[in-house]
Design a protein. Structure first.
Lengths: 493, 97
């Protein structure tokens, strides 16, 4: 039996084609591993046992008939619970959606169904993707597989923990201010937030529409490139999604990066991302990574992103404003009702107040109220409009810097995974966890979190590469050669 | 401006947001909001006069689909989630009192 540990998308496909194993065997092995281990980890909110086995068996049947299969056929994937799969529950880890079953497939799920991927289940998250530790889930706690007293990060904590604990080959998450990259860094896996518009948001339960993107969480950079390529592209049901300019070259660069081109990249190091108070181990780890990447021939250059310090305030105005609008649809009627005893209500307003009062958790309420405040009459100019102007300045910073360099390297988080309960009391302390990841969302740029592979012991630490818009091949190509140098075993058979 | 945030503000915002808050919740949100707004004060030191707002995640133009008839709106599936329905219609209590 092939061990599930280090089983990547690439290795799964090779093994399946060579008949080292069947898709059903691997799906079954993952399901058994989940029932054995997930009681402790808590990565999944629901398991799609029947559907997963059915699809895996269908892939095996195709193979037996000698039909050709694609790179994702039979690949067992975990899906964050804010992404809709028709007929399966989609709760976004909120009580208000406890009884909601998706009535259609998200755009990316349609694509993955065409690719015949196997969906193992839906993963835990912070309620409506609001949080940095998955502690805001209404249903359960997810633990960091590297230390069960620590958080897995968030909001895609279940997806990152599932991949790190070998409870899925790969997973999908969503990233509004760091929700893919931060948990990837805390759990020692790879996470990509694509360029805004690269991936359809149709069927993603919206948090902040101008910032949200779906992206992969995987064991290797190569797998992230593969999974990203499978889900990206224009979708008629998301008007902001688009095909990548010059697609043909782009796909080749993405899936088969050229070392000669990668060596010519110039990477910027922004002083603002390495403040005095940055965790010492994080700083040292990134220094080691810089040396490794230099040894590949890549050049580094000091740069400045002067408005970085305003990014957190800017984000915590724009995001809640969009939250207060997006979450207005949860009214206790259209997506099923959680609250018992509201009926018979005398009027519609009663249903709204009671369902929303009981159904939303603390962080969701806090953000809706804050968002309503910054949009309300008399405050709009000094908060919301101001924040949109600051967003422009932050974007300009990146545009200027990316004229001089091809990509930017920074830490992902101010430190490694923190203890469960350590930051739940004070929302502002929790918000600061995302200080290095938020700017890429504001500017709409692609950014990947990659584990510092030189660090073999202790808690994982990640480094971030931020690229130019639509230049995922730069950051993933560099990451790929970095991994081949520092962790060749990931790519060995 | 910050002094304007008090319990009354929170009650008003809760009313606008259609959320019923308990007394403890109101106090906690007021405390948190005050702290967050103090943090936002740093934006005041940044001169943004004449800066154009950035109004979305991209400067690219929306790609709208053609305004054609579509038959893929699966009404039956959407209706299933409604707590009360009649002949495929949503049933709710009176809107006007």
């Amino acid at each position: 039996m092939t061990p599930l540990k280090n089983l990547t998308i690439k290795k799964f496909n090779e093994g399946l084609v060579k008949k080292d194993f069947s898709a059903a065997e691997i799906a079954d092995a993952f399901l058994r591993e989940i029932s054995r281990k997930d009681g402790e980890i808590g990565a999944y909110l629901s398991i799609n046992e029947e559907g997963a086995l059915r699809e895996a068996e269908a892939v095996d049947a195709s193979l037996a008939k000698g039909e050709k299969i694609g790179p994702f056929a039979g690949v067992p994937i975990a899906i964050k619970d804010n992404i809709l799969i028709k007929g399966l529950r989609a709760t976004a880890a909120s009580k208000i959606l406890e009884n909601y079953t998706a009535s259609y497939d998200a755009g990316i799920i349609k694509k993955l169904k065409n690719e015949r991927a196997v969906f193992l289940g839906k993963t835990n998250m912070d309620e409506f993707a609001m949080g940095s530790s998955t502690e805001n889930s209404a249903f359960k706690m997810t633990k960091n597989p590297h230390d069960n007293e620590r958080v897995p990060g968030g909001s895609s904590g279940g997806s990152a923990a599932a991949v790190a604990a070998d409870l899925a080959v790969a997973a999908l998450g969503s990233d509004t201010g760091g929700s893919i990259r931060e948990p990837a860094a805390f759990c020692g896996v790879v996470g990509l937030k694509p360029t805004y518009g690269a991936v359809s948001r149709s069927g993603l339960i919206a948090m902040a529409s101008s910032l949200d993107q779906i992206g992969p969480i995987t064991k290797t950079v190569q797998d992230s490139a593969l999974l990203f390529n499978a889900i990206r592209g224009q979708d008629a049901l998301d008007a902001t999604s688009t095909e990548i300019p010059g697609s043909e070259n782009y796909i080749r660069e993405l899936l088969d990066p050229d070392l000669k081109k990668i060596k010519d990249l110039v990477i910027g190091i922004p002083g603002e991302y390495f403040p005095e108070e940055l965790d010492e181990t994080t700083k040292k780890s990134i220094d080691v990574t810089i040396k490794t990447v230099q040894s590949l021939g890549v050049k580094f250059k000091k740069i400045s992103l002067p408005n970085t310090r305003y990014a957190l305030s800017c984000y915590y105005i724009i995001m809640p404003a969009e939250v207060s609008s997006n979450l207005a649809r949860f009214d206790g009627i259209r997506y099923g009702r959680k609250t018992e005893g509201v009926q018979p209500a005398t009027n519609l307003k009663d249903i709204y107040f009671k369902t929303r009062g009981e159904g939303f958790g603390n962080e969701a309420k806090r953000r809706i109220i804050l968002g309503t405040f910054v949009l309300s009459s008399g405050y709009y100019d000094s908060y919301y409009k101001k924040a949109q102007q600051v967003r422009r300045l932050i974007k300009n910073d990146f545009e200027n810097a990316l004229k001089e360099v091809d990509a930017i390297m920074t830490p992902v988080t101010p430190g490694p995974a923190f203890k469960i309960g350590e930051k739940t009391e004070d929302p502002l302390t929790m918000y600061l966890s995302d200080i290095f990841t938020i700017p890429a969302n504001l500017a709409g740029l692609p950014a990947v979190s990659i584990p510092v592979r030189e660090k073999k012991e202790g808690l994982p630490i990640g480094f971030q590469l931020i690229g130019k818009a639509w230049r995922e091949p730069d950051i993933l190509g560099l990451g790929f050669y970095y991994e081949k140098t520092t962790a060749p075993e990931l790519y060995e058979n | 401006m910050l002094s304007e945030i008090d319990k009354k503000t929170i009650e008003y915002l809760a009313e606008l947001s259609r959320i019923k808050l308990g007394a403890d919740e109101e106090n906690k949100i007021l405390k948190d909001l005050k702290k967050i707004l103090v943090y936002f004060e740093e934006l005041k030191s940044l001169d943004t006069s004449g800066i154009e707002t950035m109004n979305g995640g991209t400067e690219a133009k929306n790609e709208f689909r053609n305004d054609d008839d579509r038959t893929d709106t699966d009404k039956g599936n959407g209706v299933e989630a409604f707590p009360e329905k009649e002949n495929g219609f949503l049933k709710v209590p009176p809107v006007f009192e």
